[in-house]
Design a protein around this ligand. Structure first.
Ligand code: DGL
Length: 265
């Protein structure tokens, strides 16, 4: 089985890790580091990225896609985008995972502005407090997971939740679980929800073989390899360069997809 994932960078690895633990599939992970971060892009740009990835996954004969990015998932939900390949939503999984009445949500600027979590949780009669925490994305990409600066930024984003009565905080961005330690120190009495936990229940368990990951990186592949080491990513893998220009092949030029320029790192 081939599973596709995409994100602006290493955030989606918080999802990938959970899936590889449960299923020894062949994973194709696009890290669009050249166009990161996604949380400050326009909906139109993000929609076009999504369709570029879908074409790439079709070309790679991917069987299922697991959302590894809340920002694009929020665009997919808000615009009602549909695909030929089965797609598993992380936002819907996060909503499903929520069990309390008063819920906090943090995400990127786009996810929070779209209110995708908020609207879905409110339909379930919950009270929702949401806040964008865009800088967390840069911290994680830079490999800054602890220290005074992280604490200051975490306090800046999370202190306002202390005035609420939230019982849970949904990490509505796949980069955020890398900062779970500091987040739960700032909000010690709040249950932290990583939607990837719930999302991973949607993959069939198959441990009959070892997982393998092909990374396709639009930015600097050496830099990406360094990041993989930093987060101690141990699943067998290979890193390829994927040029953004090659992703921009139009629908009418589908035949050109075969020429996609990928090379091993
Ligand atoms: N990790 C992504 C998300 O879950 C995108 C973060 C970004 O690039 O701003 O939203």
């Amino acid at each position: 089985m081939k599973i596709g994932l995409f994100d602006s960078g290493i955030g989606g690895i918080s999802v990938l890790k959970k899936l590889t633990y449960l299923n020894g599939a062949h994973y194709i992970y696009i890290a669009d580091t050249d166009r990161a971060p996604y949380g400050i892009k326009t909906p139109e740009m993000l929609e076009s990225f999504v369709f570029q990835f879908m074409k790439f996954f079709e070309h790679k004969n991917v069987d299922e896609i697991f959302a590894a990015c809340n920002t694009t998932d929020s665009i997919i939900i808000e615009k009602g985008l549909k695909f030929d390949i089965k797609y598993h939503s992380i936002v819907k999984a996060g909503v499903c995972a929520s069990k309390s009445k008063n819920v906090g949500v943090i995400g990127t600027n786009v996810t929070i502005k779209n209110e995708t979590y908020k609207k879905q949780l409110e339909k379930l009669d919950k009270r929702v407090y949401q806040k964008s925490a865009q800088l967390f994305v840069s911290l994680v990409e830079e490999g800054i997971f602890y220290g005074r600066m992280v604490e200051a930024i975490a306090n800046f984003y999370l202190n306002s939740f202390k005035k609420t009565n939230i019982e849970e905080l949904i990490l509505g961005c796949t980069h955020f679980p890398f900062l779970k330690g500091i987040i739960s120190r700032v909000l010690p009495n709040v249950k932290i929800i990583d939607p990837a936990e719930e999302l991973s229940k949607e993959i069939a368990v198959d441990k009959s073989r070892r997982p393998f990951v092909e990374f396709y990186v639009t930015g600097d592949i050496k830099d990406f390899e360094r990041k993989l080491k930093r987060i101690n990513f141990r699943v067998p893998h290979v890193v390829h360069k994927l040029k953004v220009e090659r992703l921009k092949v139009g629908n009418s030029e589908k035949a050109n997809i075969a020429n996609w320029n990928v090379r091993s790192g």
